[in-house]
Design a protein around this ligand. Structure first.
Ligand code: EPZ
Length: 459
């Protein structure tokens, strides 16, 4: 049965997160906001902001609520568009969600008899919808999920997700653009990923927790968001060891229960603003962000001349950690290569390139995770950056005087890069299609204004 997706005007408010983007007082439901950002540069970023919850941790945590019919309360779920989309998808799969007075959101999956199909209309807007595959197959024995197409940054197959589910005993069928899985009960196995995939590790982790026997996953991704998901699953009663390392062992259990879980801080959001500090001769403190999750960036910032002070999670008066970056006298150039965690995050690659346009000297940035993640380069060049790309390497000549332009965002992190460039450019830079930004940055213009930037969202 094909799901009918309620159109925006049909009572979507119950799926819309607590605080949604407002433009001139209007609450924007789901439509793509056609707003633009006007950024008046150059300016300095100066001050303190608090990191939002991590989009890439909250998404698998929401999917994990499918694994039980008990209430799961998640706090620090960022009110960004991708989470609104995931809440909407879960609602169609029978997971009710309700905002609690203390800011947490309580999710509760109704009886397993609910729908178990993730329709194309939703999956096409957010690839992370495929994270419901593992939990649906484990909990309901069946899932039918539209295959996520490619996206701006690459083909992004899910072959490893599917191979892992088959190894756990599911039958997997691909037809009409959908993947369908069936399993009476998943059986523990040993499975090795051919590539350390974040989503693949998360999907199989959520599938294995309800399998019979022991599952050993090898060559897993090691991102902090996976450790956070494992913390939630363990709080629900799962038996997991090794999350955050490349080998994870799961002892299957018969059922999972209720839990309360605070989602970790968004390290990519924090890293974006900290790069902004180094770029604008500024001084930015991001409260509620764990320096351990951003080590590669912080090391690079120190090497290029910035001053970094930080408090680890739980130290002093910083229960969730704190990071402060002050620009140095000089801003040196430094080559960078992205890699799976604990390497330099691909999600900060575009922002780092913007930083290197201002550095003294030539730098080379190599992207090794995705095949097409230089889409921000032509727009940066239009602003005056001096960047040449050859294959997966961008060569950046620093000390470029950037000037304002109307630029177009193509994906979430490319948008953030263009905003950073607008902060140092002479004049008013207009960043179009900022609905990309709204997917993963909580009200970026408000946080930038809090740091002294002259930025406005124009509807
Ligand atoms: C997650 O995407 C993040 N998204 C991405 O963040 C992030 O860039 C990426 O991990 C890498 O860190 C979420 O967590 C929602 P992968 P994911 O599977 O899981 C290949 C952002 O900006 N691969 O680790 O889709 C794949 O093609 C987004 O917030 C296979 O070959 O990434 C890619 O080259 C963008 N087969 C590499 O692995 C598979 O079955 C890494 O992909 C799966 C992946």
């Amino acid at each position: 049965m094909m799901l009918v997706i309620p159109s925006p005007e049909v009572g979507l408010d119950r799926y819309t997160p607590r605080r949604t983007a407002r433009s001139r007082g209007r609450t924007l439901p789901y439509e793509l906001s056609m707003d633009k950002l006007h950024i008046h540069g150059p300016c300095r970023l100066d001050g303190t902001i608090r990191a939002s919850g991590a989009k890439n941790a909250a998404l698998p945590c929401l999917a994990a609520t499918l694994l039980t019919d008990e209430p799961v309360a998640l706090s620090r779920v960022p009110p960004v568009r991708d989470l609104a989309t995931m809440r909407r998808l879960l609602a169609h799969l029978g997971v009710e969600s309700e905002d609690r007075h203390d800011g947490a959101t309580v999710f509760r999956a109704a009886s397993p008899g609910s729908l178990d199909e993730a329709p194309y209309e939703l999956v096409k807007t957010m690839r992370a919808s495929c994270l419901v595959l593992g939990p649906l197959t484990a909990r309901r024995g069946h899932a039918r999920v539209s295959l996520p197409g490619g996206c701006a940054i690459g083909v992004r197959p899910i072959d490893q997700h599917l191979a892992g589910l088959e190894a756990l005993g599911a039958t997997v069928r691909l037809e009409h653009g959908y993947v369908e899985t069936r399993a009476k009960r998943l059986r523990g196995t040993r499975f090795r990923f051919s590539v350390p995939t974040v989503g693949g590790t998360e999907n199989l982790l959520m599938a294995a927790v309800l399998a019979t026997g022991t599952t050993v996953l090898e060559n897993c991704a090691r991102e902090p968001e996976i450790v956070d998901l494992a913390r939630l699953l363990s709080a629900m009663g799962a038996r997991i060891s090794g999350a955050g390392s490349s080998t994870i062992e799961i002892e299957g259990v018969d059922r999972l229960g209720a839990a309360e879980h605070p989602v970790i801080a968004d390290r990519i959001e924090a890293g974006t603003y900290l790069i902004g500090a180094a770029m604008t001769q500024g001084d930015v403190t991001v409260d509620g962000s764990d320096p351990a999750d951003l080590a590669p960036l912080l090391e690079a910032l120190v090497e290029i001349g910035a001053q970094v002070d930080s408090l680890p999670r739980g130290a002093g008066d910083a229960p969730d950690g704190r990071i402060r970056v002050r620009a140095g006298e000089r801003l040196g150039a430094r080559d960078m290569t992205t890699a799976p965690h604990p390497g330099f995050p691909t999600d900060l690659q575009a922002q780092y390139q913007a930083l290197m346009t201002q550095a003294e000297g030539i730098s080379h940035v190599r992207e090794t995770v995705f095949e097409n993640r230089f889409q921000h380069v032509p727009e940066l060049v239009r602003m005056g950056a001096r960047i040449r790309t050859r294959g997966s390497v961008a060569r950046i000549r620093g000390k470029a005087r950037l000037s304002d332009a109307t630029v177009m965002a193509t994906d979430l992190r490319a948008s953030a890069c263009l905003v950073l460039a607008g902060l140092v450019a002479e004049g008013t830079t207009i960043v179009d299609r900022i609905y990309h930004l709204d997917r993963g940055y909580e009200r970026m213009e408000l946080k930038l204004q809090a740091l002294g930037a002259r930025v406005e969202r124009v509807g």
